[in-house]
Design a protein around this ligand. Structure first.
Ligand code: HEC
Length: 188
């Protein structure tokens, strides 16, 4: 192969990679991905389960409870008050064993129910509300600030088609009725 041919091949390969990144709907095997499949891929690789899926204790430690996938902090869980954290650090926050309830300088926050249940999950949300919530960090796109540790600042960097795909995937989940408590402010 001449230098010219090598360069041309490289440029064409580069363009193909750019094309895949721009459309955002091509799997690693080069096959077209549906928005729901793309959304599942993003959710499964972006840590959403870490905080939003309740866990069961398995032989190798906590594992996602597939029956309640992405349904957030379970409302029936009885929690004692979180252990006190001394002012001045270095420790700053505490979390339950399944990472669905958090306590830190911002108060207590509970991972939201991302299943499409109409009254307790995302069932009544529009795609525009979902995108706005993740882009602006405002509850339901226009309300109170979304609290830590929800990493909306990084999720906000997904493209419009990717955020739409995440929403399409979440809407395709089995609805789980689970009314997650509202956050509470820091104890004075
Ligand atoms: C480190 C833990 C953590 C991770 C990782 C995480 N979340 Fe969250 N998320 C939370 C918590 C906690 C809340 C509740 C915050 C509150 O009540 O203000 C929340 C709230 C939300 C909400 C509701 C926002 C609103 O308007 O009230 C959505 C939607 C959401 N997360 C989507 C996602 C998606 C999608 C992912 C993965 C791409 C993700 N989260 C990853 C912890 C997390």
């Amino acid at each position: 192969m001449t230098v010219g041919q090598t360069l041309r091949t490289g440029v064409i390969a580069g363009l193909m990679v750019c094309g895949a990144a721009l459309t955002g709907v091509v799997s690693a095997q080069g096959q077209a991905m549906t928005p729901v499949a793309r959304g599942k891929y993003i959710v499964d690789t972006s840590g959403c389960h870490d905080c939003h899926s309740p866990k069961k204790m398995g032989a190798n430690g906590p594992e996602v409870d597939l029956e309640k996938i992405l349904s957030g902090f379970q409302a029936e869980t009885k929690l004692p008050p979180p252990p006190a954290i001394p002012d001045g650090g270095p420790w700053a926050a505490v979390v339950t064993w399944d990472l669905t309830a958090w306590s830190g300088p911002w108060g207590r926050s509970y991972a939201a129910n991302l299943t499409p249940d109409v009254t307790t999950g995302l069932g009544s949300w529009s795609e525009a509300m979902f995108v706005s919530a993740l882009r602006t960090g405002k509850h339901m796109g226009s309300g109170r600030p979304i609290l830590p540790p929800m990493p909306w600042q990084t999720i906000a960097k997904l493209t419009d088609p990717d955020l739409a795909a995440v929403f399409a995937y979440l809407k395709s989940l089995k609805p789980v009725k689970n009314l997650v408590p509202a956050p509470t402010p820091p104890a004075k």
